[in-house]
Design a protein around this ligand. Structure first.
Ligand SMILES: C[C@@H](N)C(=O)N[C@H](C)C(=O)O
Ligand SMILES: [Zn+2]
Length: 209
């Protein structure tokens, strides 16, 4: 199927029919609802609330999707963490391209949002924003900054932090890395799935999936 390029010359899947035929051809392309595949995973979908850096509701539904192989890896991560008394909490996963456009327009610091000229790995269903929780209390482990803080402390290499915070961040990053994800340079919570290049950008809202 030949896709029409958007104003930046990018090919973005924006019709359900095109998306459907892509996963009929290759089931790896299917966006899987994370909580259906991993029932005990916690969600805090900030962009479905006003509690986010945009200060506005960006998603109509508080749901999280990712490509099938991404969710399969998350399932293994959740299992490994659960054995140690921890679990995952997801802030965001697949993000329609239109939302990336809106983020880039409004964000004061463009270093923390993907440039729509390239699109985001979130638009490919191959990036996850997440943190760790303590299974007993359900509370988040202390990390260097809150989610989507555009501060220097959000960098995974920022080191002037209390030892327990570094330990929590290291546990998150090493676990994600062991299962095929890579943290990005300025956001401790954002992980790209290593095979992301094989998956096209998408612009289909959650309610149509
Ligand atoms: C906006 C933030 N949560 C995020 O995901 N940033 C990366 C760089 C992105 O937009 O892909
Ligand atoms: Zn992200």
């Amino acid at each position: 199927q030949k896709l029409k390029a958007n104003p930046y010359g990018l090919q973005v899947v924006n019709s359900y029919e095109d998306y459907h035929s892509s996963y009929a051809k290759d089931p790896k392309n299917k966006l899987i609802e994370i909580q259906k595949a991993i029932p005990n995973i916690k969600l805090d979908i900030r962009y479905a609330t006003k509690n986010n850096f945009m200060n506005q509701v960006m998603y109509k539904e508080a749901r999280a999707f990712a490509r099938k192989p991404v969710v399969e890896q998350l399932k293994k991560i959740q299992f490994a963490l659960n054995k140690k008394g921890y679990g995952l909490k997801i802030f965001d996963a697949y993000r329609p391209y239109t939302i990336t456009l809106a983020f880039y327009q409004k964000a004061k610091d463009k270093n923390f949002v993907a440039n729509p000229k390239k699109g985001s790995k979130h638009n490919r269903g191959c990036a996850i924003d997440l943190t760790l929780i303590d299974l007993k209390t359900g509370k988040e482990l202390q990390m260097p900054t809150p989610y989507d803080s555009f501060a220097a402390q959000a960098s995974p290499s920022y080191s002037n932090l209390p030892a327990p915070v570094i330990k929590n961040r290291t546990l998150l990053i090493t676990t994600m890395q062991a299962y095929g994800f890579r943290v990005i340079t300025n956001e401790w919570w954002h992980f790209d799935f290593v095979g992301w290049k094989k998956y096209p950008l998408m612009d289909i809202p959650f309610e149509k999936l």
